[in-house]
Design a protein around this ligand. Structure first.
Ligand code: PMP
Length: 343
């Protein structure tokens, strides 16, 4: 029996381990629970409603996101995690005859999506300091920029994205999975009404503490949103379920709670970065809910033997670095205590 050539040959993305019993600093989850409004929505959920299919266009959830983001609901597309939104975007916005661009060190799902949909791509090498070399991109045939970038934790100013969107003939996808934690840049959402090439992708997995519910969304002009719907409706016309709709709509309405938890993560982040630098460790300036620091595979393994999971990528240019998600203060105190013991 032969499966498809695609399934036989594709190398899938490998997510960080979901192991129990560790201090988990390896998948950039939020250490704090989601808004109490999310819990209320779950408790109040009418199970009988699960007999019925959800809204085919996630109307209620899109309305709630629209209110929070200050955009029109018609400019929002919702999906089962931003990974799914990104995958559908590759299929909806790029073609097989022209190479798209993304950085050589960025979210490692992008090349997987490109190969899945037979989209050729060029990787643009980041500068030696891992900043993004805007002059080396042409942006003409489509590009994907994670801002802030993962795993480097660095960001680019939103004006640079404006210039890139101006040069694009196809879509410029800006992946803002970590934007809520940024101090040095801001979201490109407000530019989406000016540039019909710009597609901003966000997630409930990080700042909202809802990685387990799998919900992400895109904000873009109507032409891009219509293309996303055309592809989605050729694949699965109900991307998010009723529970997800209810929980995320409740969570997105709680701006105060969100702000408070983001600030807590940012405070812990700056403390840990200072503590590591005081120990002479090279750490990047982080605009995300993780830090990128010097440390090799053996340090990753030593952390693991001490019940702390961090992320090591066996990849060119970054195999001598570790990505460490920012946990609670107590978790990061333990991280530093263990670091002093094993380094
Ligand atoms: N973009 C980036 C840059 C990420 O690091 C992640 C998390 N792995 C995602 C998108 C996907 O997040 P999710 O599917 O949980 O929304």
């Amino acid at each position: 029996m032969n499966v498809s050539k695609k399934a036989a040959s594709i190398v899938p993305y490998t997510a960080g381990e979901q192991a129990e019993g560790y201090i988990k600093l390896n998948t950039n989850e939020n250490p704090y629970p989601p808004s109490p409004r999310a819990a209320e929505a779950l408790r109040g959920f009418d199970v009988d409603k699960l007999r019925l299919y959800p809204s085919p266009d996630s109307a209620g959830l899109r309305a709630a996101i629209a209110k929070a983001e200050g955009v029109d609901a018609d400019n929002i597309f919702v999906g089962n995690g931003s990974d799914e939104v990104l995958a559908l975007a590759f299929a909806a916005l790029f073609d097989a005859d022209e190479p798209i661009e993304f950085a050589d060190v960025t979210y490692s799902f992008y090349p997987v999506f490109a190969r899945l949909f037979d989209i050729p791509y060029n990787t643009v090498p980041l500068n030696d300091d891992f900043s993004l070399p805007f002059d080396k991109f042409n942006f003409y045939n489509g590009a994907v920029i994670a801002n802030p970038n993962a795993p480097t934790s660095l960001s680019v100013p939103v004006d640079a994205l404006r210039a890139a969107a101006e040069r694009s003939r196809k879509a410029l996808i800006v992946d803002e999975a970590y934007i809520d934690f940024a101090d040095r840049t801001e979201s490109a959402v407000r530019l989406t009404s000016e540039y019909d090439t710009l597609a901003v992708v966000k997630t409930f997995s990080k700042s909202y503490g809802l990685a387990g519910i799998r919900c992400g969304y895109m904000i873009a002009g109507r032409k891009i949103i219509d293309a996303m719907r055309a592809i989605k409706d050729s694949f699965n016309s109900y991307p998010v379920d009723r529970v997800c709709e209810a929980v995320c709509a409740a969570a997105v309405s709680d701006r105060e709670y969100l702000k408070d938890k983001i600030q807590k993560v940012k405070n812990t982040r700056s403390r840990v970065i200072s503590e590591l630098r005081a120990r002479g460790v090279a750490v990047f300036d982080s605009d995300a809910n993780f830090i990128f620091m010097e440390g090799d595979k053996s340090l990753y393994e030593k952390f693991k033997s001490q019940n702390i999971l961090v992320r090591h990528f066996d990849k060119p240019r970054i195999s001598d670095k570790l990505r460490v998600s920012v946990g609670t203060d107590a978790q990061m105190d333990e991280f530093l205590r263990v670091f002093d013991k094993i380094r």
